[in-house]
Ligand binder design. Sequence first.
Ligand code: KE4
Length: 429
Amino acid sequence: MKLNTKKSNTLWRYSLKHLAGGVNSPVRAFNAVGGTPLFIKQGKGARFSDVDGNSYLDYVLSWGVLIFGHADPAIQAALSAAVSKGASYGAPTEAEAALAEMIKKALPSIDKLRFVSSGTEAVMSAIRLARGFTGRDKIVKFTGCYHGHADSLLVKAGSGAATFGSPSSPGVPAQFARNTISLEYNDTNGFLDFMARRGKEAACVIVEPLAANMGLVLPEPGFLTALRKACTASGSLLIFDEVITGFRVGFSGAQGLYGIKPDLTTLGKIIGGGLPVGAYGGREEIMRHLSPAGRVYQAGTLSGNPLAMAAGCAAIKKLSRPGVYKKLEASGQAMEKGLRLIIRKRGLPLTLNRVGSLFTLFFSKGPLKNFTDASACDTKRYAEYFWAMAERGVYLPPSQFETCFISAAHSAADIEDTLKAADEALMAD
Ligand code: KE4
């Protein structure tokens, strides 16, 4: 049955009058799935509802932020207590160091960290710190990995892996892009070949240790180990961008899951409990180069904002309790089992990738190991699936190249309901 989106349509026309492109972040415009973006009114637990009163099981969860679902009571209580004292001081508070200490306990690769206000800001700052620490300009990234919208990272692979990148957005100067090399994710030999020839020019190699921005693509055995060894050999810093995976795939993130120690880690999303936040951190010998202790400059009016710190402390405290990740894994397993059953039963050309409470159903036969594979997906079919699921009360990411998130608030019954909706939605295939 078609969704009633009357009020969303009205608000969409209103937003288009005042906001660039009608949204404050491009993916929210639904360009990849068509139709009018659904305007959300409120959320509770695993669900939220739109302005027309349609209720959905939410698998976007603010792009992975809400690991405990919407309006979690413990996080709400921490926020209310904090906001009653004021919203921002622009001065040190105890909560900043307390949250930093909690993060360090979970991620032993971090001796010192710095809070900022977004994942982009964390990555942009970490890149500048890596360049300042090594005195080198070049950086290496992987096509299909997204690290926020800083100029150095809006770069697509050059025509050949050996040539430097070209801008993937107007407004990024070509000379910026020339300092960025974008290689193929999971192409261990190609990476090692590049690093053997030019590794000593690279300030850093930045990677999503578990790629979640081309849909979920897992690191091949040996890939992350090769990055670690080659960076050590060439004096380049290995940066794990754990903005999504940090506290998502386990209390010690992807670095704990895969047993690789990066030189720098970037974080965001979950560590702010729903408030604007980012963080970057690593070895003391690197972090001491950061102003005011060192000469690499970085600053921010709302860095370490008391509300974000309070919500983040509440979220991490709750995550440190036994059983949370066990429940998330059980939900992920149930989702995977059910979707694989549907794929098999109907003989569908679909591929499911999952790690913990992260999963993507690709409209491609697969396997999917890099952006070239992901780009071959049937995005038209995904768009139809998106709306078929929305009409059945399930809100998925409005793009094939994003990842679904399950929260600790999703019940076994919610997973069952989702699988029932998917079985019907995919029947049309
Ligand atoms: P933000 O600046 O959006 O807080 O974080 C940038 C970022 C950095 N690193 C990784 C691995 C990320 O996934 C992100 C942002 N993630 C996207 C979703 N894939 C945010 C959603 C959006 O752009 O609206």
